[in-house]
Design a protein around this ligand. Structure first.
Ligand SMILES: [Zn+2]
Length: 271
């Protein structure tokens, strides 16, 4: 009798679940407490550094994918990725994005120089077989010209540096909108540096989770021990990635910037 009652209760639950599955709109008050707003973390790695293949593998081991921004003119140079390494990163499912030809500060260039830096870099990436949809401005330096040139060169979005809440900007929002208001200046916390603590990286994500979700794009450069101001130790990154994987239960996921904002591939401009 008891068993029958339980079976009855179970089918009642199933009926309720089936009814919920058919109802696309969640009603206030009926949402389970675990159903929180989504926080998407994008892990971006700038400058095509020679340490990036191992960083990519750290992500892959946890089923994560990142975004790698390269300067095509420097690929194959000392301490930079080779074309073969770049291809391997892309083949593993990571996003390859543009970072301009030679990493000049765009805000100090004329519009036609910006066009060469952004469009020719993207043209090269396309010639190498990639489909770049997002750009990262070198040094995060962006003005209205650089934004419109990025758009003309066929980028669907571009990443700035800064604009989100961190110790330098306590009043900034904790997360960027998943549909950023300015797709050509996507906000981030400041770059992760050698002196950035694991605790601070975690706090960025926790703040966004608490603040109703959104997009947290982290900006990394070199991934090695004691190799400059703009570096993160592999040990710290590993610990952070383990922690990040555990946040899935809190509605936090890791996506490439392309996937996070649903970027579209747009054609190159005619020369
Ligand atoms: Zn850079």
């Amino acid at each position: 009798m008891k068993i029958v009652r339980r079976a009855g209760a179970l089918s009642a639950v199933l009926v309720v679940l089936a009814a919920q599955a058919q109802t696309p709109v969640a009603h206030a008050g009926t949402v389970e407490p675990s159903k929180k707003a989504e926080t998407v973390v994008s892990l971006t790695f700038d400058d095509g550094d020679v340490t990036h293949p191992s960083a990519a593998r750290m992500l892959e081991r946890r089923g994560m994918r990142g975004t790698f921004y390269v300067n095509t003119e420097t690929v194959g140079r000392d301490l930079k990725l080779t074309r073969r390494q770049l291809a391997a990163i892309a083949k593993a499912g990571h996003e390859i994005g543009g970072h301009t030809l030679t990493h000049l500060r765009l805000t100090e260039l004329t519009r036609s120089e910006q066009r060469v830096q952004i469009c020719d870099d993207r043209r090269t990436l396309v010639a190498w077989g990639y489909r770049p949809t997002t750009l990262a401005y070198p040094f995060g330096a962006v003005d209205s010209d650089a934004k419109s040139v990025a758009r003309q060169c066929g980028y669907d979005a571009a990443r700035a540096v800064g604009g989100l809440r961190q110790w330098k900007c306590p009043d900034c929002p904790a997360g960027e909108d998943l549909r950023p208001k300015d797709r050509y200046a996507i906000r981030t916390p400041g770059s992760v540096r050698e002196d950035t603590l694991l605790r601070q990286m975690k706090q960025q994500v926790l703040n966004a989770e608490k603040g109703g979700g959104g997009l947290v794009t982290l900006v990394f450069h070199r991934v090695c021990d004691g190799c400059g101001v703009y570096s993160v130790s592999p040990g710290t990154l590993n610990e952070f990635l383990d922690w990040l994987a555990s946040r899935k239960a809190h509605g936090t996921v890791v996506r490439t910037l392309h996937d996070a904002i649903g970027a579209r591939y747009l054609p190159l401009p005619s020369e």
